[in-house]
Design a protein around this ligand. Structure first.
Ligand SMILES: CCCCCCCCCCCCCC(=O)SCCNC(=O)CCNC(=O)[C@H](O)C(C)(C)COP(=O)(O)OP(=O)(O)OC[C@H]1O[C@@H](n2cnc3c(N)ncnc32)[C@H](O)[C@@H]1OP(=O)(O)O
Length: 237
């Protein structure tokens, strides 16, 4: 594990210094990343392979892309910034928020996508709408270390929150997150987060997930979450 992590780190360091929007060293390095420009902002889909992805992550990605072919599964794209419509939806609930300041609103981005390739959160989520469940493939990079050599529990909690959230839709907020950390996750390893919607009760969505190793032999964590659909009649600030 250490050797592959070191090899991964070497390729990560080779990529350091490249900033979002800067010209690519070689397009061959990132064949699958889609780039398109709108209003001078580059919207990059981050849920696609890059050179920092380990063999395990690429293999699982390919397996799930195959499952998408008959339409039962879909890959969820992932952007640093929410779409204009999504942003507007949330803004209506947080009228007093600091994000009303236009300059801050423009700078704000999803923090899991704020790292350079391979250093932080590398993940992709696949959704099965009929079964109301998602599978998140996650590789936690070296900047997410907690105890030496291990993934920080907060980083895991973040991914669990995102994975559970991916089973919801529309404007929702996490009200409760309950995590049992059963085994430590080695840094740079790949884990699989299986999430599902267990119950819908009015505006309350009850969800659960487990986090396992690629070979499914190790159960790293189990979690439940309560998400609340925001009420348009209420402002939360
Ligand atoms: C979309 C595409 C995106 C793809 C992924 C991108 C990733 C995005 C990011 C990923 C994710 C990032 C996500 C984040 O980071 S979200 C950020 C972290 N979360 C928050 O900051 C939430 C703060 N809390 C609130 O704003 C309010 O409390 C909310 C909005 C949640 C509810 O306030 P609201 O005034 O609307 O509702 P209510 O108080 O009338 O309650 C309604 C019902 O719910 C029940 N209840 C409430 N709380 C709890 C509780 N703790 N345990 C048990 N029950 C609870 C309550 O009893 C009642 O039940 P009932 O009496 O009706 O039976």
């Amino acid at each position: 594990m250490l050797r592959s992590c070191t090899a991964g780190l070497r390729s990560i360091w080779a990529l350091r210094g490249r900033r979002e929007g800067a010209p690519r060293l070689s397009m061959d390095l990132q064949p699958a990343r889609r780039l398109f420009s709108t209003e001078k902002v580059i919207h990059k889909d981050w849920a696609l392979p890059n050179p920092s992805w380990s063999k395990d992550l690429k293999l699982l990605f390919d397996q799930f892309m195959k499952k998408c072919e008959d339409g039962s599964w879909e890959r969820l794209p992932s952007y640093k910034r929410r779409s204009t419509q999504e942003s507007e939806d949330f803004k209506t609930y947080f009228l007093g928020s600091a994000l009303q300041t236009q300059s801050l609103w423009k700078k704000a981005q999803l923090f899991t996508r704020g790292f350079e390739d391979g250093l932080g959160f590398e993940y992709v989520i696949f959704k099965n709408n009929d079964e109301k469940r998602t599978v998140c493939l996650f590789q936690g990079g070296p900047y997410l270390q907690g105890v030496p050599g291990l993934l920080h529990g907060g980083a895991m909690a973040t991914m669990i929150d995102i994975a559970l959230g991916s089973c919801t839709g529309g404007a929702v907020m996490t009200a409760n997150l309950n995590i049992n950390f059963k085994r430590p996750v080695p840094l740079c390893s790949v884990v699989v987060i299986n999430s599902q919607l267990d119950k819908l009760e009015g505006r309350k969505l009850f969800l659960s997930c487990n986090v396992r190793s690629v070979d499914e032999k190790t159960l790293y964590s189990e979690a439940t979450g309560l998400f609340i659909k925001l009420d348009p009649e209420k402002s939360s600030t």
